[in-house]
Design a protein around this ligand. Structure first.
Ligand code: PNS
Length: 158
């Protein structure tokens, strides 16, 4: 089965990495698909995000790092994906995720969305909160992989 784990990954957190690890075990092929959205102001360029995720997932033979623009369902069709995977951290994620999955379902009913519940220890983590802590000089050890921490420190000149 082919799965897509789509997102902005600006940057990837330990929560994202846990999702990738869990999905890599469950699916034959996992595409981690980074949205290329020029309208969204990101800290890391698309190339930087592609490079970081490629480095971080080198040890998974069935994980491919890719980028896409336009509709997720169109990209899913182009790679013959069977499912979209998304993580749910808290009830607050539910409304947005529900809306997105119903929209995708309406556009392309053959493509299922599967939700994995985030582990408790990652349930508060988001790329936004990680960037805030990084910008204020906080300890990032429990939040992001070392490689991402180094890149964040460079960005914020810490
Ligand atoms: O990490 P994020 O920012 O929560 O990821 C959101 C993402 C990339 C999964 C979502 O914005 C998306 O799929 N965008 C592509 C455009 C699209 O297909 N929109 C219609 C969804 S109903």
């Amino acid at each position: 089965m082919i799965a897509i784990y789509p997102g902005t990954f600006d940057p990837a957190t330990n929560g994202h990495m846990d999702m990738i690890e869990r999905c890599a075990k469950k699916f034959d092929t996992l595409y981690v698909a980074i949205l290329n959205n020029p309208n969204k102001k990101c800290l890391f360029t698309l190339e930087e995000r592609l490079e970081m995720l490629t480095d971080l997932t080198r040890h998974y033979p069935n994980v491919k790092i890719a980028s896409f623009d336009g509709l997720l369902i169109d990209y899913a069709k182009s790679i013959n994906a069977d499912v979209i995977v998304r993580g749910l951290r808290a009830v607050s994620d539910y409304e947005y995720e529900m809306q997105m999955s119903l929209c995708n379902q309406s556009l392309y009913p053959e493509l299922e969305t599967l939700f994995l519940v985030a582990k408790t220890r990652f349930s508060y983590l988001s790329s936004s909160i990680v960037k805030e802590v990084a910008s204020l000089g906080g300890n990032l050890e429990n939040f992001v992989p070392d490689l991402v921490r180094e890149e964040l420190l460079k960005k914020y000149n810490k």
